[in-house]
Design a protein around this ligand. Structure first.
Ligand code: F6R
Length: 640
């Protein structure tokens, strides 16, 4: 299997190698999205310079959304630091919501100016973005003109794309025709759900959009599609390996001869060569890959590990593994034990026990522990049971809430508290100004500093409710309020030295033996990933300190995903009573109950989600042949 940081992204055709034989679109898998974005930006910059040398315009088709943000950031950097000029560049954006005012912060017009156009020397007349306010009568002709304008400048030299979970490119939703041109379209429900967070609720997401067509995109001379994160894994598999179908419009790209998908490992995780490499090539089998394969075989056949037979292995592309291991019997027992040893009721290590087959050390019986929680409720949602046990087993537990989480508190909730405060203190002017602000606030307004402060305080006292319930002293609760988060909008700043310093200071003060953190590696631009990056940076800096030799880092998954069974290195089972205690702790986060602001596509409340997930992890272990627990929380170790 080849997964690498490729220096050059133009290489062999899809399907040329045994392992890519299921693939119909050329793709390159990167370990992470930043390095990949830099290479894509370089390809664009090279093209701009090449065209400039020929005295020709360079015509770029551009996308919005989270996927291209780092590419734009790198282009801006090249403009500032390397003198890359955009004077010969003409751009056409793929789409715009309809209706949509240019001045609206949710418009793609705003997005493009914020991320790219305001920072480079492109001529304003060379920027083309569909106009979200064109009248319905003029719309038809407007779309034809947009199309003609692209043709008039010689067609698109390069088209940058993202992909939606529906398989849309641009806003060409399922059902789009192969030959379609620029037109208005009705957005798919899933697309609107995905856009809901930035519109603060699905009811605010427009139902329509103007989009370039599939035909428009396919006419580009070169196409690069970007996809990051596990959310895109299923649709990428369907696009790259499936049949061409209007149900997955991105599959039309299979017919384009100069397309590359630039994707990260999480987005690639469903591709056959990544998910089940033993089906397409001879594998070098290490213990992790063996476990992955045996879990897969067990799930495929519906048999627990210890009932898998030689025939099961041979019939499912794993004869190579069997030859190496001898018999199914030996391999089954080996893998059963490997998984069994991940289970422990002692997440801080079991004092005075033989720990050779336990996930944590018995030594240092009372450990200092920091639980990093990106938002002020991820600790209890994602590892409430383990948190409870660590305190109960006498460890010195600290919780560090990395961000204030203020943006996820609704205006109604804030108004409620402001009005209560006002009743207690009628002469408080600041409270009155908060009430005044909230009463006249419109969708485009960013919260004032005082409102943000109030919203942050609401989340603080909810967190303290939960940590006190678990018996933690208030002085062990740390509110870091990392500055990168404090923009008042969905878009956050990049990590700064100040953020990393705050993380370092806390770790350096506590000198922990265990750190728990949200390991949402598949969430390239989300808050969890930035919080994780802040930890990784801090660990790099602190690594030389002697106390770090005793520090182990365990990653839990945020509210949305769970580790796969084969990835789990510590599984902490919970009794039915512990499940209830965890539920109770989550209930303290009142502002995040009942129709929370950033629900995403899952309408279950957080406590239901957490319980379903922990029950499912337990069931998966049970299906593989291990003991039947009510619930399990799962962790993977991070070696720094
Ligand atoms: C944006 C666009 C869309 C996005 C797609 C992925 O102009 O046309 O097709 O590329 O929805 O969005 P992100 O990158 O936010 O996942």
């Amino acid at each position: 299997m080849k997964i690498a940081n490729h220096k050059n992204i133009t290489y062999t055709k899809a399907g040329m190698f045994e392992e890519t034989r299921f693939e119909k679109i050329h793709n390159v898998i990167f370990t992470e999205s930043n390095a990949a974005s830099v290479l894509v930006a370089k390809e664009i910059a090279d093209l701009i310079r090449e065209k400039e040398a020929q005295n020709k315009p360079c015509v770029l088709g551009l996308a919005t959304g989270s996927s291209p943000i780092k590419v734009y950031e790198e282009l801006v950097r090249m403009h500032r630091e390397e003198g890359l000029s955009f004077a010969n560049v003409i751009t056409f954006n793929l789409d715009e919501y309809y209706p949509m005012d240019k001045g609206n912060i949710q418009s793609y017009f705003y997005f493009m100016h914020e991320h790219l156009f305001n920072h480079i020397d492109i001529l304003p007349e060379n920027i083309n973005i569909p106009d979200g306010l064109v009248s319905t009568e003029d719309l038809y002709q407007y779309c034809i003109d947009y199309e003609m304008k692209i043709k008039a400048v010689g067609g698109l030299d390069f088209q940058l794309l993202g992909i939606g979970r529906t398989g849309h490119i641009g806003f060409n939703e399922p059902g789009s025709h192969y030959n379609s041109g620029t037109r208005s379209i009705t957005l798919d429900h899933i697309t609107r759900v995905d856009a809901a967070p930035s519109f603060l609720g699905i009811e605010n997401v427009p139902r329509k959009a103007i989009t370039m067509g599939i035909g428009t995109v396919l006419a580009a001379k070169r196409i690069v599609l970007l996809a990051w994160g596990g959310n895109k894994a299923e649709i990428l598999k369907a696009t790259i390996e499936g049949e061409i179908t209007p149900e997955v419009p991105a599959t039309y790209l299979q017919n384009h001869t100069n397309t590359t998908f630039v994707i990260d490992e999480a987005a690639a995780s469903e591709l056959t060569r990544v998910k089940t490499p033993w089906l397409v090539t001879n594998c070098v089998w290490d213990d992790d890959l063996k476990l992955k394969a045996v879990v897969w075989l067990s799930e495929l056949t519906g048999k627990p590990f210890l009932k898998l037979t030689d025939k099961d292995y041979n019939n499912n592309g794993m004869s190579g593994l069997l030859t190496e291991e001898g018999t199914a019997y030996d391999l089954n027992i080996k893998m059963f034990n490997k998984l069994q040893h991940t289970i422990t009721g002692w997440p801080g290590g079991k004092p005075n026990a033989d720990d050779s087959n336990r996930p944590e050390r018995a030594s240092i019986p009372k450990k200092r522990v920091i639980i990093f929680s990106p938002h002020p409720d991820d600790d209890v949602i994602s590892m409430g049971g383990t948190f409870d046990r660590l305190v109960e087993q006498g460890h010195e537990v600290h919780v560090a809430y990395q961000t204030s989480g203020n943006i996820a508190v609704s205006d109604e909730e804030a108004l409620k508290f402001a009005e209560i405060t006002k009743s207690l203190c009628p002469e408080c002017e600041e409270t009155q100004s908060i009430i005044n602000f909230l009463k006249i606030k419109t969708d485009n307004d960013i919260d004032s500093v005082e409102v943000r402060q109030l919203k942050g305080l609401i989340r603080r006292s909810e967190s303290l409710g939960a940590t006190r319930y678990f018996g933690l002293k208030d002085e062990n609760v740390h509110f870091l309020d990392l500055p990168f988060y404090e923009t008042g909008t969905i878009k956050k700043n990049n990590l700064s030295e100040e953020d990393i310093q705050i993380m370092c200071d806390l770790i350096d003060t506590i000198k922990p033996h265990q750190i728990y953190a949200a390991g949402d590696l598949a969430d390239p631009h989300g808050t969890h990933k930035v919080c994780l990056d802040s930890l990784f940076e801090a660990l790099k800096i602190l690594k030389p300190k002697p106390y770090m030799n005793d520090c182990w880092v365990w990653l839990y998954r945020g509210a949305w995903h769970e580790w796969e069974s084969y990835q789990i290195e510590m599984a902490v089972p919970m009794s039915p009573d512990q499940v209830l205690r965890k539920r109770h702790a989550i209930f303290y986060h009142q502002s995040q109950k009942d129709g929370v602001m950033f629900q995403g596509g899952d309408s279950r409340e957080f406590w239901v989600r957490a319980e379903d997930r922990n029950r499912l992890t337990a069931k998966k272990y049970n299906d593989l042949g291990l003991a039947d627990y009510a619930a399990i929380e799962a962790f993977k170790r991070y070696h720094f």
